[in-house]
Ligand binder design. Structure first.
Ligand SMILES: [Zn+2]
Length: 336
């Protein structure tokens, strides 16, 4: 029996067809295959044009909803409060520079979690503030803790909203939501249609730093599989332009070291996998095996030490350090 070591790059390029990037329309290159969320065999692609990463095919929406129903995750109150304050202050500053005062803003957040940002905006004196969140426990917590208008529902429920305020401007907000959606462009278009010439605030992980993790992390059911898309600044600009928005302000935030530990672990794991695959192919050599094992052990120890040092220094180690891109955009009226 002949044992063949698969070369993933050759395998991917020869077997898989190129997939068009639905975000910008550019061509793309497959970078790995994985059993996404334990639901479907799919491929991760990198767009040759805008630099986005994306998965295809995706599991159906019902299966994804069931996946999330069995998971309930939250960060600490301190982290969620700080994130909301950073986002809220940035939004209000960007709106102010565009001549919009907070008391004229009708704030509508989709995927609002426990409502920290809805609460922040309400406390800043917005004309109105409402959030939609699919998770019942988060909704109950937000309603009881903040006394805010937090409703159980998804982006589709935000389209069904009745008695929309007649005065002021709408500000739609999608914070770490776009990367989880099946069709980001369609959702933005539908929201824009429903709310009259809205502003929109989007925050997503930065593909420049998240992309390399998506390339290496092929573990079935890895939480990284929850991200169907990873956006660059260029991707966001193109997506917003294609859906009829004009960018007002955009910024990057976070610490580039955030993903380092995860990347190191994934690289070590890949080398261990390759090593054992070689041994299974009768390439085992006692001396080389001992050297390789010792090398990997040293890398593990060094990586652990480095992580501990960074934690002690407080660099790049908590959720607040995640490299992100945030953008505020304004709907372009159809006549223009
Ligand atoms: Zn693209």
């Amino acid at each position: 029996m002949v044992c063949e070591k698969p070369d993933q790059s050759i395998e991917l390029n020869s077997v898989l067809h190129q997939q068009k990037c639905n975000l910008c329309g550019g061509s793309s290159t497959p970078v790995n295959t994985l059993f996404l969320l334990g639901l479907i065999n799919c491929t991760t692609y990198k767009c040759d044009n805008c630099g986005a990463f994306f998965r295809f095919p995706l599991p159906n929406e019902q299966a994804v909803a069931q996946y999330y129903a069995s998971r309930y995750f939250r960060y600490s109150d301190k982290i969620e409060r700080t994130m909301a304050e950073r986002q809220g202050q940035w939004i209000l500053q960007a709106l102010k520079q565009d001549g919009i005062a907070s008391d004229t803003v009708n704030y509508v957040e989709v995927g609002a979690g426990r409502g920290w940002l809805v609460s922040f905006m309400q406390n800043q004196g917005t004309a109105s503030a409402v959030g939609y969140e699919p998770d019942s426990a988060s909704v109950a917590w937000g309603q009881n803790t903040f006394g805010i208008d937090l409703q159980k529902g998804s982006w589709m429920d935000a389209l069904q909203s009745e008695d929309l305020p007649k005065k002021g401007v709408f500000l739609l907000s999608l914070v770490h939501v776009l990367e989880h959606l099946h069709s980001p462009l369609e959702v933005l278009q539908e929201l824009k249609k429903c709310y009259h010439d809205p502003y929109i605030f989007i925050e997503v992980p930065d593909a420049r730093y998240e992309g390399p993790v998506m390339e290496l992390d092929t573990f079935p059911k890895s939480s990284m599989g929850q991200h169907f898309w990873s956006f660059t600044e260029q991707t966001l600009s193109v997506v917003l332009k294609r859906t009829g928005f004009s960018v007002i302000a955009m910024e990057k935030d976070g610490d580039f070291r955030f993903w380092n530990n995860r990347l190191t672990t994934l690289r070590i794991w890949k080398d261990i996998t390759d090593l054992y695959r070689g041994w299974n192919c009768n390439e085992f050599n006692l001396k080389q095996g001992a050297i390789s094992s010792l090398t990997i052990l040293c890398r593990c120890l060094f990586a652990g030490l480095k992580t501990r040092m960074l934690r002690l220094q407080g660099h790049g180690c908590n959720r607040l350090d995640l490299p992100i891109i945030r953008v505020l955009a304004k709907a372009v009226p159809p006549s223009l």
